[in-house]
Design a protein. Structure first.
Length: 202
């Protein structure tokens, strides 16, 4: 019975194409902050968020549109998103809020954590996860998230010398905790904000 439940969790959670797009969108948001003036990056992120949210509202209010979307893009959406806003909206909101409320260097690191850490956590957790919490998240996934965050954070530190290793380490821990606990409303929102907050305070 437990094995059947684990298989259901794995099948429902792991969508490789979704994770790839998640990584690319997160990297794009971080690149915007790194390469363009802050106001331009915020403008692009805001437009992306508003566009995505507008479509989600149309989809959720129109059963025909919703049914078509869930059928055609089943590789990108999870079953529970048939009746709620998709995770990509929280991803965009998390990136925008982090860029808006924190310094550029901290925001870039936190968004990189979101891009790499969440995808690594979902992938490892769905394939290797045995020690699970009630929310379906696994300890193995959280460890993979931490390792991924630490790796991209170290690469960012080595390339730009923008933050201390202590900040990267603490931020990686915070991001992996947010991923494990799946803090409401969505870990795509809580992960970068929590990571950025602890890095700012470190």
């Amino acid at each position: 019975m437990r094995e059947e439940r684990l298989e259901l969790v794995r099948a429902a959670k792991f969508k490789p194409l979704r994770s790839l797009i998640h990584v690319l969108v997160g990297l794009g948001a971080a690149a915007l902050l790194a390469l363009f003036p802050r106001w331009e990056a915020l403008l692009v992120q805001t437009l992306a968020l508003v566009s995505s949210l507008a479509f989600e509202l149309i989809r959720l209010r129109n059963p025909r549109v919703n049914g078509w979307f869930m059928s055609k893009f089943s590789a990108l959406v999870r079953p529970e998103e048939e009746r709620r806003v998709g995770g990509h909206v929280y991803l965009l909101l998390g990136a925008l809020a982090t860029a808006l409320f924190f310094e550029r260097e901290i925001a870039i690191a936190a968004i990189l954590f979101l891009a790499a850490g969440d995808a690594a956590g979902v992938s490892a957790g769905s394939k290797l996860g045995l020690i699970r919490l009630g929310n379906g998240k696994s300890v193995e996934g959280a460890l993979a998230c931490f390792a991924s965050c630490l790796f991209v954070g170290a690469a960012y530190l080595a390339s730009f010398h923008a933050l201390s290793f202590k900040a990267i380490l603490i931020g990686s821990i915070a991001a992996s905790i947010a991923e494990l606990l799946s803090i409401p409303p969505d870990d795509n929102l809580s992960m970068p904000i929590l990571a950025a907050l602890v890095m700012k305070l470190s």
